[in-house]
Design a protein around this ligand. Structure first.
Ligand SMILES: Cc1cc2nc3c(=O)[nH]c(=O)nc-3n(C[C@H](O)[C@H](O)[C@H](O)COP(=O)(O)OP(=O)(O)OC[C@H]3O[C@@H](n4cnc5c(N)ncnc54)[C@H](O)[C@@H]3O)c2cc1C
Ligand SMILES: *[C@@H]1O[C@H](CO)[C@@H](O)[C@H](O)[C@H]1NC(C)=O
Ligand SMILES: *[C@@H]1O[C@H](CO)[C@@H](O)[C@H](O)[C@H]1NC(C)=O
Ligand SMILES: *[C@@H]1O[C@H](CO)[C@@H](O)[C@H](O)[C@H]1NC(C)=O
Ligand SMILES: *[C@@H]1O[C@H](CO)[C@@H](O)[C@H](O)[C@H]1NC(C)=O
Length: 711
């Protein structure tokens, strides 16, 4: 029901936006009937429309045709063209006023096959009635297709406008509830939506997990949106054609279909470009409006790209088939000498290449190689598309400029963010590597920053003095330490003052022995192969001291979840995902003192005991000052020597069962509860599924959030 209303709105909006045909079909049919001939008194270099202007014979013939076949008509459009091209308007109707019926009966009749193309004509002409009807059909068929080309091109934008509007309303409701303090119980309608549409994975339990290393499937709500978008695109590609039996331009049905469908898919594909760029950017208006995370936007980016690429392929294949049908390979070869044609082919090939190189497997193999190819090929696609549409005198150029504008704006905003964080562009940061923990700790001073750093946000870091200084990678804020803040670990005078110190720390960080310093933000980084690997090696050489590196910090991105508004918060995290609870801990503890959240449980699966101990001591325990915070560590590695167990910490040498953990948490308490997952895909999916199940069993207000460290 509701969906059909939305669809109806969508179509009426697009219909309203689409231009009416330039001229009435009748005027166009009369004018077009003279297309093949050249009146001797006309301008031999006249444009398609301008032909009627300078020639008295042509204009007289035109008026005769109009008077005979069209009833009332107006030639304003044609007149305007004449004024524009020749400085003077169309000759007035008075030039045929002196003709009587006999004169008109004596005018030479002709049809579309009478003259060879370009034949010189030195008298008046009148298209015969049968031919006129065929012209009229042809023009109407063409206008019909053009109308829908434009309407359906706009439909792409309107579709996402509707989606964004719905997302904004849903968000506004959440924000209002959060403002009021607590999250109330929800009505049955919203609970049903949350349980069946918003939260679950698309099918079964896989969501973050990939299918055989090739693809990941987004959550159900995104899949539904994407599904609707794909259906809309299929509809818009196959609907809105009027195939006529005697089309003068394309006499066969297959010719008409090939031409119209190729045009349509080409236009819609290009109309998808602005969306494609919009969803692909770091700085993205849609994200600000809807509060979507980058993963959501990224899924839309991918699907718009896939749809646009398929359309581009259909467009290219359709035109190729049409040309082969019309004139075989020799004719095809003649098209290859045209720049716009070759540019179009290149654009399609480049789009296919981008698609092929974006598969999950390839992205995982080497993210930087993926990114460089992705950006390079995207530039190529934009430029070749501009060349491709150069034949339309700028009609479609906006679809080049809008993506370019979005792109430039993104880069400008990135620069602005970097400068807002540090007015000297870069910041000298301390970087440590802890061998036992296999973890890199980055402390970035905030003295040059214009604003405060919020929990849960992430920043893109680049290392200026690195060989690959252009690479930037996202990392979540682990903690912010303010000068004079005694609670936080960064300001401990010496490491020994911590009662929890274990052997692991003796050769570990010496950052504890720092002098009092200004505010700084801490990032915890798990080293992998590439960027993070180089970071680790740089810091390892200086270990146990820190190395000073020039960091460019681009952020903040992402939002802060309103976790403190819930009565209970359950984190299910793995490995470096622990950064997320650390990030929120301070806010949560503060709100506990204000008697809001009453319980926080952190379940952390970790492979290296060294890593666990290090983070517990330096980041978690110091912040977990409230007795209502529980910490469970699930250690699965073999290095159990540095095991740490103290009051709020329960240490298990076992795998975490995310399903049971979440189930138990949901069953135990009452009031609102939020599950936050950040970690391996399998774990996040299990937590998601258990949450959805819990929504069915209990009438507590339950929310699920996933913070993704990958996309
Ligand atoms: C929003 C967000 C927050 C993050 N926060 C943290 C954090 O606080 N601590 C932490 O240790 N890690 C975090 N990560 C993960 C971290 O960004 C990657 O581990 C890092 O980029 C890997 O760099 P690399 O070149 O060494 O990776 P590689 O060895 O090349 O690849 C390792 C893995 O990381 C993925 N990856 C690499 N670069 C990127 C990138 N620029 N964007 C997305 N994925 C990438 C690759 O696909 C691969 O799966 C976060 C990721 C995201 C998306
Ligand atoms: C063409 O337009 C001009 C004004 O722009 C007008 O004066 C003239 O009458 C028009 N001619 C015809 C044939 O409509
Ligand atoms: C066009 O006119 C010629 C005569 O001038 C006639 O032989 C031919 O059949 C006509 N063609 C069509 C399609 O009506
Ligand atoms: C801990 O939670 C209980 C309710 O579960 C609450 O009464 C108490 O105030 C909380 N303690 C703190 C320190 O927040
Ligand atoms: C996890 O716990 C659930 C019960 O909550 C159980 O059904 C499932 O088998 C457990 N999984 C593993 C791997 O132990």
């Amino acid at each position: 029901m509701r969906f059909s209303v939305i669809l109806a709105l969508l179509f009426s909006a697009t219909e309203a936006r689409a231009q009416p045909p330039d001229e009435t079909a009748c005027v166009s049919a009369c004018r077009s009937s003279f297309q093949r001939v050249a009146f001797v008194d006309g301008d031999p270099h006249a444009s398609f429309y301008g032909k009627s202007c300078q020639s008295r014979l042509n204009t007289q013939s035109l008026y005769i045709c109009l008077d005979l076949y069209c009833g009332t008509y107006n030639v304003d459009k044609l007149n305007a063209t004449c004024v524009e091209e020749y400085g003077e308007g169309l000759l007035p109707h008075s030039i045929v006023d002196g003709m009587d019926e006999d004169d008109i009966a004596a005018v030479t009749r002709f049809n579309e096959t009478t003259f060879a193309f370009g034949s010189k004509v030195d008298g008046l002409l009148l298209v015969d009635e049968g031919s006129f009807k065929r012209w009229l059909d042809t023009i109407e068929s063409l206008n019909h297709a053009h109308y829908y080309h434009s309407a359906y091109g706009w439909a792409m934008g309107y579709f996402w406008l509707v989606v964004v509007a719905i997302a904004m309303v849903s968000r506004a409701i959440d924000v209002c509830e959060a403002r009021r303090g607590a999250f109330p119980r929800q009505g049955s309608m919203r609970r049903w939506l949350k349980r069946n549409v918003q939260t679950p994975s698309t099918l079964g339990r896989r969501c973050a997990q990939d299918y055989g290393g090739w693809a990941t499937v987004p959550p159900r709500i995104q899949s539904l949106t994407i599904g609707a978008f794909v259906v809309l695109n299929v509809w818009c590609s196959v609907h809105g054609y009027k195939i006529v039996p005697h089309n003068i331009y394309w006499p066969t049905v297959s010719g008409q279909v090939l031409r119209y469908v190729s045009d349509r898919t080409g236009i819609i594909s290009f109309a998808n470009f602005p969306l494609l760029w919009l969803f692909g950017m770091r700085n993205n208006v849609v994200l600000w409006l809807t509060g979507w995370d980058f993963g959501t936007s990224n899924n839309f980016h991918r699907w718009v790209a896939r749809v646009a690429t398929v359309q581009a392929v259909v467009h290219s294949a359709g035109y190729t088939a049409k040309i082969l049908q019309d004139g075989g390979w020799a004719y095809f070869a003649s098209w290859l000498t045209r720049l716009f044609w070759c540019a179009g082919e290149m654009a399609t090939i480049a789009m296919c290449a981008i698609l092929g190189l974006s598969f999950y497997w390839f992205r995982r193999q080497n993210y930087e190689r993926f990114l460089v190819l992705h950006v390079g090929l995207s530039v190529l696609v934009l430029i070749t598309m501009l060349l491709h549409v150069s034949i339309f005198n700028g009609e479609y150029d906006a679809l080049f400029w809008v993506p370019l504008g979005i792109w430039v704006l993104d880069r400008v905003l990135r620069l602005a963010r970097v400068l807002l964080f540090s007015y000297t562009f870069y910041t000298q940061a301390d970087v440590w590597y802890n061998d036992a923990a296999d973890m890199v700790r980055i402390e970035v001073p905030l003295e040059k920053s214009w604003y405060g750093v919020r929990p849960g946000t992430y920043y893109y870091l680049s290392v200026l003095d690195d060989a690959c200084f252009w690479e930037s990678h996202p990392f979540t804020v682990a903690s912010v330490t303010l000068a004079g803040d005694e609670k936080r670990p960064g300001l401990l005078e010496t490491g020994e003052s911590s009662p929890l110190l274990s052997a692991a720390n003796d050769d570990g960080f010496t950052s504890g022995v720092k002098n009092v310093r200004g505010d700084f933000v801490t990032f915890l980084v798990r080293p992998y192969d590439s960027f993070t690997g180089r970071l680790k090696r740089r810091a390892e050489m200086a270990s146990p001291k820190s190395v000073k590196l020039k960091l460019v910090v681009d952020g903040p991105y992402g939002g802060t979840l309103p976790l403190e508004k819930f009565d209970e918060v359950v984190f299910v995290v793995g490995g470096s995902g622990i950064v997320v609870p650390i990030s929120y801990l301070e806010v949560l503890v503060a709100s506990m003192e204000g008697k809001r959240a009453s319980k926080v449980a952190i379940h952390w699966a970790v492979r290296q005991a060294g890593f666990a101990t290090e983070v517990l001591q330096r980041d978690l325990l110091a912040a977990a000052t409230s007795s209502n915070i529980s910490l469970s560590v699930y250690h699965t590695g073999s290095d159990s020597t540095t095991r740490l167990e103290s009051d709020p910490v329960a240490w298990y040498n076992a795998r975490i069962n995310a399903t049971r953990t979440v189930e138990e948490a949901l069953a135990a308490g009452e009031g609102s509860i939020v599950v936050v997952a950040c970690g391996p895909a399998r774990m996040a999916d299990a937590a998601r599924q258990a949450t959805v199940k819990g929504m069915g069993r209990s009438d507590r207000r339950i929310e699920y959030f996933k913070e993704s460290f990958q996309w």
